[in-house]
Design a protein around this ligand. Sequence first.
Ligand SMILES: Nc1ncnc2c1ncn2[C@@H]1O[C@H](COP(=O)(O)OP(=O)(O)OP(=O)(O)O)[C@@H](O)[C@H]1O
Ligand SMILES: [Mg+2]
Length: 260
Amino acid sequence: MSKPFALELEHVSKHFSGLHAADDINIQVEEGSIYGIIGPNGAGKTTIFNMITGIYTPTSGTIRFFGQDITGKEPHEIAKLGIARTFQNIRLFQDMTVYSNVLSAYQQNLTYGFWEGILHLPGFRKQEKEAEENCLALLKRVGLLELKDLQAGKLPYGQQRRLEIVRAIATGARLILLDEPAAGMNEEESAQLSEIIKNIRKDFDLTVVVIDHHMDVIMDVCETISAINFGKMLVTGSAEEVQNDQDVIDAYLGRAEEDA
Ligand SMILES: Nc1ncnc2c1ncn2[C@@H]1O[C@H](COP(=O)(O)OP(=O)(O)OP(=O)(O)O)[C@@H](O)[C@H]1O
Ligand SMILES: [Mg+2]
């Protein structure tokens, strides 16, 4: 039998009253790959992530994670299965330190019992030590170790986005979904981000799906890209195929004219 896709969306739609926010979306993401979703504002990109993570239940269609049907499951069940995301608007514990932000994400998946935790029994201490070591190692890998004691809210914007990605990894997820990770970043920060995304895939055996409506990061890091517009898929292919697709060019040029 062939290997299942890490993520598969089959004829997935989400309708809000009359609005077709996502309309017959078909996506197949191979394990270990980096997959991009592009499209103009309001195209339906975040709606797709909201369906994968259980925030929205699809109106129709099926979503599978490593072959398992996860359509309509609760967000906490889906997180537990190993899907983590970042948000278009950064969501961190702004008042907590960088380290505590990572530790709290890591602890989502720890297994020690309630009493062990309360009474600080040996099993708890061992896991606590391991948690600390793993979180510090993770921070080191992404170049945030020196900033571990800083308040997250005080970090420059680009590093807050990076910390959000670290939190997603710390949960132990196998699939991470990044919603516009380059938003608000300058050129240098987005170039660094591209490197981080490529490295984490290798280092942590991850499959990654990235949304952006800026082409540069997506074109640099993704093997396969789907372009969507008005909830519908326009094309799926390599960076070059997508960039040269007439429907994609029209979708972007159309918006540029509207904005002018
Ligand atoms: N809960 C909701 N109720 C009603 N309409 C919604 C809801 N969520 C999204 N929409 C609509 O669905 C469409 C797609 O929205 P979505 O946020 O998925 O777009 P997007 O591609 O992520 O856009 P952006 O690039 O601006 O983030 C928009 O018209 C939006 O207003
Ligand atoms: Mg969005």
